[in-house]
Each structure stands twice: as structure tokens, then as C-alpha cells.
Design a protein around this ligand. Sequence first.
Ligand SMILES: [Zn+2]
Length: 200
Amino acid sequence: MKTGFTRFGRFIRMAKQAAAPTVMACMLSAAAAGTAQAAQAEDVRKQGWEALPEDKKEAFREGIKQIPDEVVELHRLEGARVVFVDGLLCPNGGDGDPCVKGLYWHDDKKIELAISSNWSNSEISTAAAHEFGHFLYFQTYIFWTEEEKAQLAAEYNYWKQYSYDCTDIEETFAVLYSMYRGSGEQYLSDACKAMLGGAE
Ligand SMILES: [Zn+2]
């Protein structure tokens, strides 16, 4: 559940892209107007979907409903895919980087999800929300206020004490987003929820 490993170089290049802001502006205003609705699996550009067992498809359908349709729609409009992989994802063949349940790739905004029969439905839901959290963070970061950035930095300093997954600012956002859109909202402060909701 970590980002691609060339993130800083990719991020700088992505921030310079001029294409996204127009789309983002209308997405953000739609979200601000409180029109967010649950996303549907049909809204996602999928790869490897047909090969999934029906119970895993259902787990993803349930998981994606946690996420506002604006976020998933933007991912699709960006031409990005969710790729379902049988078994673990091992970047670098597991050499140095541990195997993970999900990956977010900066260059094409691809989300990879490991769909093993060993994973519970809630693990699949959490991994999907986590990786969409990475997408949301990198799509919106350049629009954040200083207060929102400071809030995320404070959350990182707090949560790194309790979660091994909160290894940096970016991972912390994804971890908190999966809590916010999953079953962990009660553990988040109002300021944290405002920061996460603001990104949407
Ligand atoms: Zn991650």
C-alpha cells in the first residue's frame, strides 16, 4: 500500500501539467455543493476484472461505494485504470520493497489492487480507498491552503506513533482517507475530517 517509488520526480512533473486544473475546478465545486454521491464499480475503468471471482467483484463494488463519485469520475476522466492483480504486488520483484496489497503509479495514475483469495472483503475495500486516496492527494495538493497542509503535517506527526503505514505525509493522507471513507471515521478529529473532505 505504497506509492510508486519515483514519486518526487513524478510529482514535480505532474504539478506542472496544465490539463488537470480545469477539470479539478468543476469537480471541486461539485463536491463543495454537497452533491457527492457514492461511486459505482461501473464508473471505474477496469483491467483484469472479468477474471475475478464473483465474491471479490462484490467486495470491490461495496468498497467503491465508500468513495464519492467525483473522485472516481476524475480518475476515469484522467484516463486512469484500476488493475486487478491475482496475488501480491511486489515492486522490484520484492527486492528491497516489500510486497503490498495496492500500488498507485504516478505516471499514468494507475491503481493496482492485489485480489488474493486470502484477503477479506474489508481488506479489499480498505486497499481501494487507500489507493484512491493517493490519487486524490496528488490531484489536489497544489490547490491546498497552508492550513490544510499544516493539518496533514500535524496528523502525520500524530499517527506515525500508532501506524507503521504512516511513513510520510503522502502515506498518512492515504491511510486517513481509507479510515474516513471506511469504518474508521470515529477515530478522526473534526479538523482532520475537514482536511480530507476539503480535498474531495
Ligand atoms: Zn499507500
